[in-house]
Design a protein around this ligand. Structure first.
Ligand code: ADP
Ligand code: MG
Length: 140
């Protein structure tokens, strides 16, 4: 299976509840390697840029407000099929539909405050990683 990299974000609802370590342990136990990581406060411009694909959605303004409501942890996860694997580990967007054992089933507060972001394709992963990290930040 191919080794891939994907962009993960631990969202403000999770950093607020001090869940960074618990979520990272889930990634690591599932075989993903955290090859870059930084805790940051997103600016509104960064949040709007990152979620630009959702600009026309009704929840866009609230989502950006939520994403700047506290610190986030941006990270690059590496491993076999990391993009799809991380989406499995995260669970469905709406925690009500998230499978047992997933991060969102365990920790998400709502469909918006759902604890983690993960890239949804290999090409989006490359773009999203580039949004936050340069190649020299990533140590595999
Ligand atoms: P995912 O994060 O699972 O890839 P999307 O890309 O569809 O989900 O949406 C991006 C983020 O926008 C979600 O993780 C969630 O925080 C928020 N979101 C999605 N749908 C809704 C909704 N119906 N109401 C409020 N927030 C939403
Ligand atoms: Mg998405």
């Amino acid at each position: 299976m191919p080794i891939e990299r994907t962009l993960s974000i631990i969202k403000p609802d999770a950093t607020r509840r001090n869940l960074t370590g618990k979520i990272n342990a889930i990634f690591e136990d599932a075989g993903l390697r955290i090859v870059a990581q930084r805790r940051i406060q997103l600016t509104r411009a960064q949040a709007e840029g990152f979620y630009g694909v959702h600009a026309e959605r009704s929840f866009f303004k609230d989502l950006c407000e939520f994403m700047i409501s506290g610190p986030v942890v941006v990270q690059v996860l590496e491993g076999e099929n990391a993009v799809a694997r991380n989406r499995e580990i995260m669970g469905a967007t709406n925690p009500a539909n998230a499978a047992e054992g997933t991060v969102r089933a365990a920790f998400a507060e709502s469909i918006e405050a759902n604890s983690v972001h993960g890239s949804d394709s290999l090409s989006n992963a490359a773009n999203e990683i580039g949004f936050f990290f340069s190649e020299s930040d990533i140590v595999g």
